[in-house]
Every structure is written in structure tokens, then in C-alpha cells.
Design a binder for this molecule. Structure first.
Ligand code: FAD
Length: 456
């Protein structure tokens, strides 16, 4: 009998333990199930859907090069897999472990009906593999990373099977175009192709290009005006490369890659957090934040819209939010600044910002997004203190964001480095660029007052 190979956020053929196990058993039916029901409010957002479409095209092509193909089905994954198993005579399903709470629930339902074999490969190490001396889970990133480093390098990536046997007959497949994953009117993703090549080949090309840059990463990574980071996040989110592959490739160069590897470990850390606390995306990890007097979104609607559209009057925030809209990605330093501005200066609940990111990021990832938003808010397990309020204008200057602002906020394109971070203060604000929607001092004081109230 054939076996089912169930793809989710692991859209690759190499270092794919589920594929390797399936191919070793006999005929394989690779399947992707588009499932909006199982994840409920965490169904994929617009930018991720764009990515998914192109990544599935790429995966199907790679499978066809090996004489196989990708079967597409839509519906609740547990039901769809059961139906497909019945149609094809398959009894066993191979898949990689996923850690989002909805996937873990779905895995239980699938395992009730079918023989589900789950394999590792989404992370450097499975969650729970890194433990404290007394066997507990690390709550704080730094000791987690230190302990994890001791268990590195990860196992060497395994190869793509040379052949994938086809079943005697192929089950029906949906047509990808019928899923309407791409935006039509208006096509807000028209600029995405200039920045991204979804799929395993694109992912590997990114890794190869980054190897030459990894030595500069420790300084370049903080400068939004420079392309100093790997831009691997959407590829890693969709599993187009394994983190183990990235680790081994990056450490094969002579440059010191430690700072970069520690960022890769952040990804393992956030996933271990959501395994401990599956509601990280919707509930404050620290209870006292449940009492925070966030502004009512009806009252703050105008400010929230200005943030989303990049019209806050803070050039660095506006540049970031416009980069996000135009490319589906934002520089990490600017994500921190923009998130902090929403939460603190505008006193808007982090969950509204996280949801906007969920919809607009091509790398939208439940663990990374939720843990980072709560880190910025101060409501997370291992978090920045709420009372440490980032000053966007100072940050912009310190990290030399002039070129970045000129690129993304064309109204400010003619301003020089000495005035661009805070045009208002220098009487240099062009008429078509908005005034600050709130002063830094006023925003800061309102936020601190709200925080004092929850601390009683
Ligand atoms: P690089 O600097 O080259 O890092 C390499 C890889 O390490 C990244 O691709 C990513 O997988 C991982 N990584 C790096 N930084 C972090 C981090 N702080 N936390 C977890 N993993 C990290 N990242 C996402 O992948 N998805 C998200 O939805 C997401 N939301 C975020 C929201 C906020 C408010 C903030 C502050 C950060 C968020 N991040 C998220 C983390 C980080 O900004 C991105 O991973 C990074 O900017 C991606 O660019 P890169 O691939 O060039 O990163």
C-alpha cells in the first residue's frame, strides 16, 4: 500500500526526514492540505498565502523532477487525510513534528484514525531536548542558548532520496489556482518578487549568498540601511531549508558565525516557549498585564491606522511599516522600534500589532511573532521591561537609518542625515509628511502611568 507524506511548514525535499522514511517504505503520495479551519484565528494571513502559493509551485516541480507530484486538497486536515487514505488504500502517514498548538491538536486527531509517524527536523533540536541541570525547561533565552550550544552542531542533514516511487494510480488533486492564494484587486504583492524567490532553490541561493556576509553580521545586522542579515526567515518558516542545513553551511566558512547562530537558536527558544505555553499568541504570559488599561481601539482607531500605513510622523517607524507593506518583511531592529512605538507611545494592546504582522509578514510565524511581541511589550516570560521605553528618534540616529528612511519614505528623500531622523525638531518637515501623532515625552509618560497602575 502507498504511504501518505503530509507537508505543512516543511516544504522541501532535502533533509526531510518524513520524505526519507516514506520513500524507504514504498509508493508515496505527497499531499498538502489547505486548512483554514484547524488553525482558526491563526489561519494564514495575506502575505503568507502569497508565499505559500509560490512555494507549492516550487515543491510540485521538485517532486515532478523525481517522477512524483504534489496532491492538493482543501479542508480540515484530519478529515482530508482520512478520506485520502481510504481512497488510496494508505494506512500510514509520515510528517514532521510541528509545534503550533493547532498542529499538535491536529496530529492527535490524525493519529486517532491513522498510523501517524512524526519525525524531527523543524528545529535544531526537538523542544524539551535542552534542559536545566534539574531537568526543567529554561525560561530565559541566554542560559537556554548556552546549554543548547553545548549540544551543537546538529546532526548532519540527510540527503534527498534519489527516487520517489509513485502509487499505481494518482488520487485527484485540486488546482492550485483555484485556491485563490494570490491577491487580485488590488495586487498589493506586486513588488514581492523583486525581493523573494519562495521555494527550496530560492532558500538555498539565499544561504549561499549569505555565507560571504556572515563575518560582517555582528555589526551589519543592526543597521536597517544595510542588507546585513540573511533574510532566511520566510524560508525557515515554510521549512524550505532545515535549520540544520543552515547551521552546517554557515559554519563551513572561515568566518566567525557565532552571533548569527545565536539568532538561529532564538527560533528554537521561541518554539520551546509556545510548547510550554500554547496560548502565547493570545494571552499575556505575565498575569499583571491582564490589568493593563490599553486604549480602546475605537478611540485609538486613527492612531492605529496611522501606524499600519506608516503615517505616524516618526520617520523610522513609518519607513518600517511601509517596508512591511511593500515587501512582506521588516528589518529586525525596526520591528522592535515599530512594535515598541505601538505598545508604548500609542498604548495599544500588543495583540493588535501582532495580528497586523500576522497578516502582512511573509515570515509570519506563531512562535517567533508571539514571543517577540510579548518580549517588546514586557508581558513575556523572558521580556524587556515595559518601563524601558525605546526612543525611536534616538534609535534611528544611533543605527544610522538615513538611507533606509529615504528609501521607504520618499517625502523625506531630500533630507540630509542631520535632520531626517526628526524633521520636526529642525523645522525641516515637508508639507506632505505628517506631524508626529504624539510627542515622545507625552507618549512615554502616558505609558509609564498606565504601567504604574498595574503595578499598584
Ligand atoms: P537573521 O538576522 O539573518 O536571523 C536568522 C534567523 O534567525 C531568522 O531568519 C529567524 O529564523 C531567526 N531569528 C532571528 N531573530 C530572531 C528572533 N528575535 N526571534 C526568533 N527568531 C529569530 N521572526 C519570524 O521569523 N517571524 C515572525 O513572525 C517574527 N515576528 C517578529 C515580531 C517582532 C515584534 C519582532 C521584534 C521580531 C519578530 N521576528 C519574527 C524576529 C526577527 O525580526 C526576524 O526573524 C528577522 O528579522 C528575520 O530576518 P532575517 O532572516 O534576515 O534574520
Amino acid at each position: 500500500a502507498p504511504v501518505l507524506l503530509w507537508f505543512r511548514q516543511d516544504l522541501r525535499l532535502s533533509d526531510q526526514a518524513a520524505l526519507a522514511a516514506a520513500a524507504a517504505e514504498g509508493p508515496v503520495i505527497p499531499v498538502y492540505v489547505l486548512d483554514d479551519e484547524t488553525p482558526r484565528q491563526w489561519a494564514m494571513g495575506g502575505a503568507s498565502s502569497w508565499w505559500l502559493h509560490h512555494s507549492l509551485v516550487s515543491l510540485d516541480k521538485a517532486l515532478r523532477d523525481k517522477g512524483s507530484r504534489l496532491i492538493l486538497r482543501r479542508g480540515k486536515c484530519a478529515d482530508v487525510l482520512q478520506a485520502l487514505a481510504k481512497e488510496s488504500g494508505a494506512e500510514r502517514v509520515h510528517a514532521l513534528h510541528h509545534y503550533e498548538p493547532w498542529w499538535r491538536n491536529a496530529e492527535k486527531s490524525v493519529a486517532n484514525a491513522l498510523d501517524l509517524c512524526l519525525h524531527d527536523g523543524m528545529l535544531l533540536l526537538p523542544p524539551g531536548a535542552v534542559r536545566t541541570g534539574s531537568g526543567g525547561i529554561y525560561k530565559i533565552y541566554t542560559p537556554f542558548a548556552r546549554a543548547m550550544m553545548e549540544q551543537m552542531p546538529p546532526a548532519a542533514p540527510n540527503r534527498t532520496p534519489a527516487t520517489i516511487e509513485s502509487p499505481a494510480s494518482w488520487p485527484d488533486s485540486d488546482r492550485l489556482d483555484d485556491w485563490d492564494l494570490l491577491p487580485t484587486k488590488p495586487n498589493w504583492a506586486s513588488g514581492f518578487h523583486a525581493d523573494w524567490t519562495p521555494g527550496e532553490d530560492g532558500a538555498r541561493a539565499n544561504v549561499a549568498a549569505f555565507i560571504d556576509e556572515v563575518g560582517d553580521y555582528p555589526t551589519a545586522r543592526n543597521l536597517p540601511s544595510v542588507e546585513g542579515t540573511s533574510r532566511l526567515s520566510p524560508h525557515l518558516h515554510f521549512g524550505e531549508v532545515s535549520p540544520a542545513y543552515v547551521w552546517h553551511r554557515v559554519t563551513s566558512s572561515d568566518a566567525d558565525a557565532e552571533t548569527f547562530l545565536k539568532e538561529l537558536i532564538w527560533r528554537d527558544y521561541t518554539h520551546s516557549q509556545i510548547c510550554e505555553m500554547p496560548t502565547y499568541g493570545s494571552e499575556n504570559a505575565r498575569d499583571d498585564f491582564d490589568r493593563m488599561d490599553w486604549r480602546d481601539l475605537r478611540e485609538a482607531r486613527g492612531d492605529f491606522a496611522a501606524w499600519k500605513e506608516g503615517r505616524t510622523g516618526y520617520p523610522i517607524v513609518d519607513a518600517g511599516m511601509r517596508q512591511l507593506w511593500a515587501t512582506g518583511w521588516m528589518h529586525n531592529r525596526v520591528r522592535m522600534i515599530a512594535a515598541s512605538f505601538l505598545i508604548k507611545h500609542l498604548l495599544i494592546d500588543w495583540r493588535h500589532g501582532a495580528k497586523w504582522f500576522w497578516d502582512t509578514l511573509v515570515d509570519a510565524d506563531y512562535a517567533n511573532n508571539s514571543v517577540n511581541w510579548q518580549w517588546v511589550a514586557g508581558s513575556g516570560i523572558d521580556a524587556n521591561m515595559f518601563s524601558r521605553i525605546m526612543a525611536p528618534l534616538t534609535q534611528s540616529e544611533k543605527f544610522d537609518a538615513g538611507d533606509y528612511i529615504r528609501q521607504w519614505v520618499p517625502e523625506l528623500g531630500d533630507l540630509s542625515d542631520d535632520v531626517i531622523h526628526d524633521p520636526d525638531a529642525h523645522d525641516a518637515r515637508p508639507k506632505d509628511y505628517p506631524a508626529k501623532i504624539i510627542g515622545h515625552k507625552a507618549g512615554r509618560e502616558r505609558a509609564l502611568a498606565a504601567y504604574r497602575r498595574i503595578k499598584g
